[in-house]
Design a protein around this ligand. Structure first.
Ligand SMILES: Nc1ncnc2c1ncn2[C@@H]1O[C@H](COP(=O)(O)OP(=O)(O)OP(=O)(O)O)[C@@H](O)[C@H]1O
Length: 367
């Protein structure tokens, strides 16, 4: 198991240094993937996830920067010299072999003694619920079972630098996806391997990973724990992309500890002395922290209410800007007029899409 360092790693498929940032499929990135941790690369199609994964696996040589496995520079080494395991979208298994033989294959190749192979195959098969099928040929199994074998083959070696997963649950039946997602998390805890998991599905990323790398347009816009991405999105893209629905972003003007929006004042939980009074900002607040009320707060026009069973979300207009707010349990609403209250401690201020750290009001008072 290794620590993997991206030292200014970037890639332009045309080769060389592009004239502008837009020429990069992956904009230069410094990051250390810690041994034993589970990471997800999350972002929309075309944001550079596969390019980054392929750089780590050796399928793509980056056009700039260095890639280190511990202290060893592997930037130009072929995949087979990198000591990594990979799991792809579709099963990569031998149909004519049994499940046990498939799982044993990577270990046999490395000359592991038979008794140790049998023990490890059993361990992995138990984790993935494959132990009842160990002696069956892979050919007759369902697509789900075959992909589980692929996962098992990726996880069976304990001496790899990292296990890389490229959208591994794509072919899995939706009902089984839930189960397999949490199983993979448990497997990670038990095996203590560095795992990097590419997906465009936020639920998959957030359930699996200790840390998620959120990518957009070739850039890693934030690397953080699921809680950090939810509570403190450092970029408006993260606020919008993580959460369902995403964070509300309202245009306004900052005024000390308040944002003025269509003549109304919204109180913030912090002061922003670095921002000139009246300068334009975006105020970010998650729907969970904006609450509809019948009389207290800022007046809004209710456009529609979505009843999601466990909660209700109101789609409203605040000074002409769309906003999604939570409807408190038991609140009944007549007509289209209501109010909304923001939790000041959960409001964030963004300038040019980047979060500005505020000065805590209690600290300000203490000073
Ligand atoms: N072989 C290639 N040659 C030229 N451009 C490429 C190549 N592979 C990817 N790209 C471009 O690089 C950018 C990043 O692509 P990449 O496949 O890494 O994104 P992704 O996030 O993995 O997308 P997806 O989820 O659709 O696989 C895209 O603009 C893509 O068109």
């Amino acid at each position: 198991m290794a620590q993997i360092t991206l030292d200014g790693v970037g890639h332009a498929y045309g080769g060389g240094k592009p004239a502008t940032d837009a020429g990069y499929a992956l904009k230069p990135l410094h990051h250390v993937w810690e041994a034993g941790k589970a990471y997800a690369l999350l972002g929309p199609s075309g944001c550079g996830k596969t390019t980054l994964l392929n750089i780590i696996s050796g399928l793509v040589i980056p056009s700039e920067g260095r890639l280190l496995f511990d202290d060893r520079d592997v930037t130009r080494l072929p995949t087979e010299q990198r000591n990594i395991a990979q799991v792809f979208q579709f099963p990569v298994i031998y149909d004519t072999m049994t499940v046990a033989e498939n799982l044993a294959f990577p270990l046999k190749n490395r000359g592991m003694p038979k008794d140790r192979i049998a023990a490890r195959v059993n361990e992995i098969a138990t984790m993935l619920d494959l132990n009842h099928d160990l002696n069956r040929r892979a050919r007759g199994l369902t697509a789900d079972a075959k992909q589980k074998i692929s996962l098992g083959r990726g996880l069976v070696r304990s001496d790899v630098s990292a296990v890389l997963f490229d959208e591994p649950l794509t072919v899995i039946d939706p009902a089984l996806k839930w189960e397999l997602r949490s199983k993979l998390k448990a497997v990670h805890r038990a095996l203590d391997l560095l795992m990097i998991y590419v997906t465009h599905d936020q639920v998959e990323a957030l359930t699996f990973a200790d840390k998620v790398v959120v990518m957009n347009d070739g850039r890693a816009v934030q690397i953080g724990t699921p809680a950090e991405l939810f509570e403190k999105p450092e970029h408006t893209f993260v606020g919008y992309f993580i959460g369902s629905p995403g964070m509300n972003l309202l245009q306004g003007k900052i005024q000390g500890t308040r944002v003025i929006l269509d003549g109304q004042e919204i109180a913030l939980g912090a002061a922003y002395p670095g921002l000139a009074a009246g300068s334009p900002v975006k105020l970010g607040i998650r729907p969970d922290y904006a609450r509809l009320s019948t009389s207290a707060g800022l007046p809004v026009q209710v456009r529609r209410i979505d009843d999601l069973g466990r909660k209700r979300l109101a789609h409203v207009s605040l000074g002409g800007q769309p906003l999604v707010a939570t409807v408190p349990h038991g609140m009944s609403l007549e007509g289209t007029q209501a109010c909304v209250q923001f939790d000041p401690a959960r409001t964030h201020i963004y300038v040019d899409d980047h979060r500005v750290e505020g000065q805590s009001l209690s600290e300000g008072r203490a000073a």
